[in-house]
Design a protein around this ligand. Structure first.
Ligand code: TXA
Ligand code: MG
Length: 325
């Protein structure tokens, strides 16, 4: 069910077609294999979370072919420009604010206003990005809680049958994930150590005439993974109150339904009128955002979402959004 093909020009063209059609393709980078989908297609990105079997939505890195494309998606800052010039293409991920016309699906950044972008240096990854022509959202190609894969065989052992295709480019150069730096503020903030060292980051900033200070991120959640903003319990919260498991709308509320049996109302939303959880995941952040922005001071009431498959991640996110703050 999953094709594992050598990374040739023909197979890259096939892979680009699979991505265009909303499919999932694992591909090599200079760090680890990524599990790719069209980053602008929320439904395709939802399929990544199905394949990863994560009970929550983690924001994903969007991979692009050039720095210019990166800065069409994320707002350039002096720090970002200096680091991009020094280390792209390469194992560095920059966290930037979305640009006003950023076409990335909101699910790609798990509803955050900041996005993660990287221009990889691996020749095969670059050819895939150029042929595809857009941004590819890709977490490491392992199920949640398993080691990141550095060979196509690792990906096949972990994901066979869950994804459409693996492009086999042999072993990855480093096996160590990219360094992640938040470039949105006055100083660079290191969120995940990786292929590019702290000393190298600092030197690049200094030689660009900027402050070479690298701030460390908030406490690490465990040995390896930083707590990203997407995982903080109150990070994504609408301005107005959010009421879960609602059967209907109260006065001064906007209703978000799920499934065919929900009462339709003139300003109501439905995450998926056919009750499809993948569609609901793909639309969740757009609809929350929209309801919050157009609702004035009205609260949001949302119908119960079944806790199965992607419903687990949807409920996780809704509970965080509704948490007292
Ligand atoms: O080397 C790599 O970075 C590999 C290859 C495939 O590019 N990718 C990778 O992705 O390691 P993943 O999903 O396993 O790790 C991405 C990390 C996560 O810890 C996530 O929380 C963080 O990036 N991240 C993504 N978007 C973020 C954002 N907007 N703010 C903060 N952290 C973010
Ligand atoms: Mg990972």
């Amino acid at each position: 069910m999953t094709d594992c093909l050598k990374i040739t020009a023909d197979n890259i063209a096939t892979a680009a077609g699979v991505l265009t059609n909303g499919g999932l393709v694992a591909f090599p980078t200079e760090t680890v294999y990524g599990l790719g989908a069209n980053a602008c297609d929320g439904d395709a990105v939802a399929a990544i979370f199905v394949a990863k079997q994560r009970p929550s939505f983690n924001p994903l890195i969007s991979h692009v072919a050039t720095s210019d494309m990166a800065f069409d998606l994320g707002r350039k800052t002096p720090i970002a420009a200096a680091l991009a010039a020094a280390f792209w293409p390469g194992p560095l991920t920059l966290i930037l604010h979305r640009t006003d016309n950023c076409p990335l699906a909101r699910l790609t950044s798990a509803g955050l206003d900041k996005i993660a972008i990287r221009v990889p240096s691996h020749a095969g990854a670059r050819e895939l990005l150029t042929t595809f022509g857009g941004a590819i959202a890709a977490p490491s190609a392992n199920p949640s809680g398993r080691l990141s894969p550095s060979r196509a065989e690792h990906v096949m052992a972990l994901m066979d049958g869950q994804i459409d295709m693996v492009l086999d480019g042999g072993p990855c150069e480093s096996g160590l994930e990219s360094t992640i730096v938040d470039c949105t503020g006055e100083e660079a903030v290191l969120l995940r150590p990786g292929g590019v060292t702290r000393a190298a980051l600092s030197a690049a900033l200094s030689s660009a005439g900027l402050d070479g200070t690298i701030i460390h991120s908030a406490p690490l959640s465990d040995g390896e993974a930083p707590i990203s903003p997407g995982q903080l319990s109150s990070h994504y919260a609408p301005k107005n109150a959010l009421r879960l498991n609602a059967q209907s709308r109260h006065d001064n509320e906007i209703f978000i339904g799920f499934g065919p049996d929900c009462p339709a109302s003139e300003d109501g939303y439905n995450l998926s009128s056919s009750g499809n959880l993948r569609e609901a995941a793909a639309r969740l952040f757009d609809i929350l955002h929209d309801a919050d922005n157009t609702g004035g001071d009205r609260g949001i009431a949302i119908a119960p979402i079944p806790i199965e498959g992607l419903g687990e991640a949807i409920n996780d996110r809704l509970h965080r959004a509704a948490a007292p703050r």
